[in-house]
Design a protein around this ligand. Structure first.
Ligand code: ISE
Length: 335
């Protein structure tokens, strides 16, 4: 029997997950879609057999034909949606950020612990990207020795109109925060944010680009260039510098052409393209493990740690200087 999934929030990511579950991956079907915009939910549901449209997440989660939930609404709506999912003991794939701040993420961790088992996989999809997976495997093999530094570049073509300077940290750098924690196996202990001159290509008043320095409890430094109005493409690159060598991913040189006196290739334009394989594998893994009654992947703890680091990062951006990150002790459920 396929897993019957309710998708909450049908914006860019939600609609993409509906398409993916309906047409790309196996073992699941979408039986409910939810959006505050009733017309948008109805338009999506109309194309899928046996799929109902709702405006209230709680109504969808109470439906008899829902076994699991994808939460793709805006971050501030996640806490309520997850608590409702917990009340029905439903497994959840929750888009990043888990929640916008550490306090709400802590409340979710407590609620999940009260259930006594993990229910949440957080949508940090880079962990499923083939290049990141290879980099992680290389680091774990120990061939390069200990990682000392990690350089991350994260560039978007243009930011959406609602994007604020703090969202460069909470919405975008959150991925590099998770990638750093996951690749190095360290927690992040302090954040500093430097601001180069804002690009004339960025909307008036937006602090873009930013240069973020993350210090880890394992003594490594991870820096992140975040530039969300670079204009030319969607680029995510990482280079790790270890004691005996370096390794780098994200150069996107899969196809190099030589033609008419030039050589080159193309650059992806957005994350649904660059990370298409990662998203497909992320959701397929979630469906497969959920059907076996297991929960794997980035946990509520990972969502909390990212939220705490980003909260410190936003403070570092606003106040200047170095801001320490104080994490609670890791609960047994997540060890
Ligand atoms: C967006 O929310 C994402 O998750 C993308 O991966 C990231 O590159 C972008 O900067 C964010 O706004």
């Amino acid at each position: 029997e396929p897993l019957r999934v309710a998708v909450i929030g049908t914006g860019r990511m939600g609609a993409d997950h509906v398409r993916r579950i309906d047409r790309v991956i196996s073992g699941a079907r979408v039986t409910a879609v939810v959006d505050i915009d009733a017309g948008r939910a109805q338009a999506l549901a109309a194309d899928i057999e046996g799929c109902t449209a709702h405006t209230d997440p709680a109504a969808a989660m109470a439906a008899a034909d829902v076994d699991a939930v994808v939460v793709a609404s805006p971050g501030p709506a996640h806490e309520a949606a997850l608590l409702t999912a917990f009340a029905h003991d439903l497994p959840v794939l929750c888009e990043k950020p888990l929640t916008p701040d550490a306090a709400s993420a802590l409340r979710l961790m407590e609620a999940e612990q009260a259930l006594g088992h993990r229910r949440v996989q957080v949508g940090f999809m880079r962990r499923y990207d083939a290049e990141y997976v290879r980099l992680k495997a290389l680091l774990e093999s120990g061939q390069l020795g200990r990682p000392l530094m990690l350089h991350n570049r994260h560039r978007n073509v243009a930011s959406p109109p609602f994007f604020t300077s703090s969202m460069l940290i909470s919405d975008s750098v959150s991925h590099d925060v998770d990638a750093t924690r996951w690749l190095l196996g360290h927690e992040i202990s302090a954040v500093t944010v430097l601001r180069p001159t804002a690009s004339a290509g960025a909307p008036e008043g937006l602090t873009d680009p930013q240069f973020v320095v993350l210090e880890t409890d394992g003594g490594a430094i991870s820096d992140v260039e975040i530039f969300v109005n670079c204009g030319f493409g969607y680029q995510v690159q990482a280079e790790v510098v270890c004691e005996r060598g370096t390794a780098r991913i994200g150069d996107g040189r899969a196809l190099v052409t030589h033609m008419a006196g030039r050589w080159g290739g193309t650059i992806t334009q957005d994350w649904t393209d660059r990370f298409a394989q990662a998203y497909d594998d992320e959701v397929q893994t979630w469906v497969d493990t959920t059907r076996r009654g297991e929960v794997t992947g980035p946990s509520t703890w990972d969502g909390y740690a990212a939220a705490a680091v980003c909260e410190a990062g936003v403070r570092a951006l606003e106040d200047g200087g170095r801001v320490a990150v104080d994490l609670v002790e890791k609960p047994a459920l997540y060890r």
